[in-house]
Ligand binder design. Structure first.
Ligand code: 8YV
Length: 312
């Protein structure tokens, strides 16, 4: 059997159902009820950015062989436990890179040019009584990227097209790309007008954007998060924004989705999105195809398409 943890794509659900004995976790009133019937028959788990496979589930499923995530982020999977038990892991890299990078640029433009407010201005018929206030320019602003992986690099390329000087901080220096490297996040923030979070969520990157980083970005700086909510200390973010120590924030992700701090709702210098970075029809279907192909490859004894390789 293949276990799907939560509804994530009806296309994926159909494709899985056609090929495997699909079990939907959310159809059970309680985990214990699910385990009674299925603990010794589930060979694969399909999770996503909101529900993955924790150590307990991995231990409970005695026949588990593979966790195939409908996401590039692996933070909801206990990778240590998978490694320990020899369980394979796959994710959906590359296919979503463009969408997430596109959205990062969209968020920057929405925030600096106040697009959402502009739209509300027209809809509420305020234009008749005067022009909209002046906004802030994007082209030429310094962009700092936290995490220069696939997505970070795609954001950097787009920022270059807007004539923005690009800097970054990451675990490794990437001299080939020609961007300016800062050895700390604080230095990156000090030297950026726009700080974009694009790194994986790990124990090392949780709350990597803390009060010190926000203050380094400053009252004229803005934060963009298309990574994971817990990259940012959300309570400190609310304080920095309400106290005017940070210029603005554009967020696709939050610490406790779908909960968003209500203090943010009244602020005009924030843009809030419901985790839609990869949420296009094209990309979600490509992600689904990748999940299915990885599972098929696994069960056919072939090599996986997008295996997660353990780093020592
Ligand atoms: C998805 C994501 O929206 O890939 C990721 O890590 O966060 C997104 O692509 C998510 O997996 C669907 O819940």
């Amino acid at each position: 059997g293949v276990l799907m943890m939560c509804p994530m794509s009806s296309y994926l659900e159909n494709e899985l159902q056609k090929r495997f004995n699909l079990v939907r976790f959310w159809n059970f009133p309680e985990k214990s009820v699910f385990l009674e019937t299925h603990r010794n028959s589930i060979r694969a788990v399909v999770g996503n950015a909101s529900t993955g496979a924790d150590a307990e589930l991995i231990n409970d499923l005695t026949k588990l062989e593979i966790v195939s995530s409908f996401s590039v982020g692996l933070d909801k999977i206990d990778l240590g436990k998978c490694k320990e038990k020899g369980i394979r892991v796959t994710n959906t890299p590359d296919v979503l890179t463009e969408d997430v990078a596109d959205l990062a640029i969209g968020l920057i433009l929405a925030l600096l040019r106040r697009l959402c407010e502009c739209d509300r201005y027209v809809r509420s018929c305020k234009w008749k009584y005067g022009d909209f206030q002046l906004t802030a320019k994007f082209s030429g602003k310094s962009v700092g990227i936290l995490g220069l992986g696939r997505i970070g690099t795609a954001i950097a390329k787009r920022a270059e097209a807007f004539s923005c000087p690009v800097s970054y901080h990451s675990r490794r220096v990437k001299p080939d790309l020609g961007y300016n490297y800062y050895p700390t996040v604080v230095e990156l923030a000090e030297n950026s007008d726009i700080l974009v979070v694009a790194c994986p969520l790990t124990d090392q990157t949780r709350h990597i954007v803390n009060r010190q980083v926000m203050d380094a970005l400053g009252a004229k700086g803005v934060l963009v998060n298309i990574g994971r909510g817990p990259h940012v200390d959300e309570q400190e973010l609310v304080k920095a924004l309400t106290e005017g120590r940070l210029g603005g924030a554009a967020l696709d992700v939050f610490e406790q989705e779908p909960h968003v701090p209500e203090e943010l709702f009244g602020l005009e210098n924030v843009v809030l999105l419901p985790h839609v970075g990869s949420g296009t029809v094209e990309t979600e279907n490509a992600m689904a195809d990748l999940v299915v192909s990885n599972l098929e490859a696994h069960f056919a004894g072939k090599s996986l398409l997008t295996p997660v390789v353990w780093s020592e």
